[in-house]
Design a protein around this ligand. Structure first.
Ligand code: MG
Length: 475
């Protein structure tokens, strides 16, 4: 009988799922759009047809409660690339051209994690973590990059501040190697917005083809659908739903082209493809902004419309098709998650805020969020805390378009305030009904979590300096 039991157990061990990629670590492609709304793509309820992005969801995992670190470009990028809250690594807001600060050389970045394991690393898109030479992607782990060093509205054709910005460079660069210095070159000045998506896509496809025989990490932070909008001639009027929808359709086509390149090179089963965005829609631009669907507000606010993003993960044979995850996860979880998949160690001398979310991505039974709380900062101020289904706003001002602009021109912001208000995001994802009075114990618990964050990450609203905050890079 005992022998029989052992035999059965042995059989069970044989049919248990194999450990991921024991033979070959995966390639990783990370799409990170700019200012895309929660509901801009089909699989999140968007009206624009996005068959390629929807395919990532159908053939992989879709997260419903996935967050950026904060609702603005540079800070959000600092988080996804360092595995930390932007507050921890000292990057706030959207860095201007000729910024005197940038990503610190002391931080370990996602491409540097991949370099430790011998990967080829490339980037095509928008950087926005400092445009001085020492801050560029070639000094932060990318073998090569192509794109814009910051947002493409920071140029002499800005609709409201044309004199505020120098010419916008379209650049490429290669990292130091074989005794040669890093080289970053300006290819042209003031590229048309409508040429960016296609140019980024062409570089991404070229990178996949060039590195088909070795493990690679490809970061594709599309400069759009951030304003100013534009599309290739082939996408002009394509959706019949307006220019913004045409932009989304071209980004969807970009995902399709990269997936086709992966398949063409026989790499489907060896490639994890991830898709998300840095922050929610810039509603100030009216019809040139996306939609956060049922979520409140958008970019530059601490409401879910500003910080909750689409997140998709496809890796055939490893991420079960049609997986839906409703647990809370954050962009900064990708660094530790991917490090573990490729067998790279993380430094023990510093705090990394991200956690391994592989059990969530693969739909493991009973897997729950590794985060007791997610802290929503805006401009150094702690504005809200989410824990489980609950989100507590701590009392803060915010800006809302009143009225929004249109046709590529910004509207005007009005300042509003929200008090200490509690929302049940499961019942009320639009943060409309304050339930603080009915749930005093929940308010107290989330206030205590907020206090923990203030001690660690600081809080401009209560003039607290965080003990765990690190310096950005400085010129
Ligand atoms: Mg953005």
């Amino acid at each position: 009988m005992f022998r029989y039991l052992l035999a059965v157990l042995g059989l069970l061990a044989c049919v248990a799922p194999a450990a991921p990629a024991a033979d070959r670590p995966p390639n990783v492609v990370l799409f990170f759009c700019d200012d895309m709304g929660y509901a801009d793509v089909g699989c999140y309820g968007g009206k624009t047809p996005t068959p390629n992005i929807d395919r990532l969801a159908a053939e992989g995992a879709r997260f419903t409660d996935f967050y950026a670190s904060t609702a603005v470009c540079s800070a959000s990028r600092a988080a996804i690339l360092t595995g930390c809250y932007h507050r921890r690594v000292g990057i706030e807001g959207a860095l201007p051209p000729k910024s005197k600060i940038g990503l610190s050389a002391a931080e370990l970045t996602l491409p540097e994690v991949f370099k430790r394991k011998g990967y080829a690393t490339g980037m095509a898109g928008k950087w926005h973590l400092g445009d001085a030479p020492q801050f560029l992607p070639t000094r932060h782990g990318f073998d090569e990059w192509f794109g814009v060093p910051y947002s493409h509205d920071m140029w002499p054709r800005h609709p409201a501040n044309p004199k505020a910005y120098p010419d916008l460079p379209l650049m490429e660069g290669t990292a130091a190697a074989g005794g040669k210095e890093a080289v970053d070159t300006v290819l042209k000045l003031n590229p048309e917005p409508g040429e960016l998506t296609a140019a980024v896509t062409a570089r991404a496809v070229r990178f996949v083809d060039a590195h088909k025989s070795e493990p690679f990490f490809l970061y594709v932070p599309h400069p759009l659908p951030h304003v100013p909008l534009g599309v290739s001639p082939a996408f002009a009027g394509k959706t019949g739903l307006g220019l913004y929808a045409d932009v989304i359709a071209e980004i969807d086509d970009s995902v399709g082209q990269v997936l086709a390149a992966v398949k063409r090179n026989g790499l489907d089963g060896d490639t994890l493809v991830l898709f998300s965005s840095d922050n929610g829609p810039w509603r100030l631009y009216g019809d040139h902004a996306g939609s956060a669907g049922p979520l409140r507000e958008g970019k530059a606010t601490s409401f879910d419309g500003g910080v909750r993003e689409p997140f998709l993960a496809r890796w055939p044979g490893h991420v079960p098709p049609g997986t839906v995850c409703k647990e809370l996860a954050v962009t900064f979880d990708l660094l530790p998650t991917l490090a573990k998949r490729i067998g790279a160690d993380l430094p023990a001398d510093r705090t990394i805020d991200g956690k391994d979310i592989w059990p969530l991505m693969t739909g493991a039974a009973g897997a729950t969020s590794p985060h007791e709380a997610y802290y929503v900062y805006w401009g150094g101020a702690l504005q809200a805390v989410r824990s489980g289904r609950w989100k507590l706003h701590l009392g803060h001002p915010y800006q809302t378009p009143a009225p929004p602009g249109g046709g590529g021109k910004p509207g005007k912001y009005a300042t509003r305030t929200i008090g200490v208000e509690l929302f049940d995001l499961e019942a009320d994802p639009g943060e409309a009904t304050d339930v603080a009075a009915a749930n005093p114990a929940v308010v107290e618990r989330l206030q205590a979590l907020a206090e923990r964050a203030r001690e660690d990450l600081g809080d401009a609203a209560t003039k607290r300096v965080g003990k765990g905050v690190r310096e950005p890079g400085r010129l």
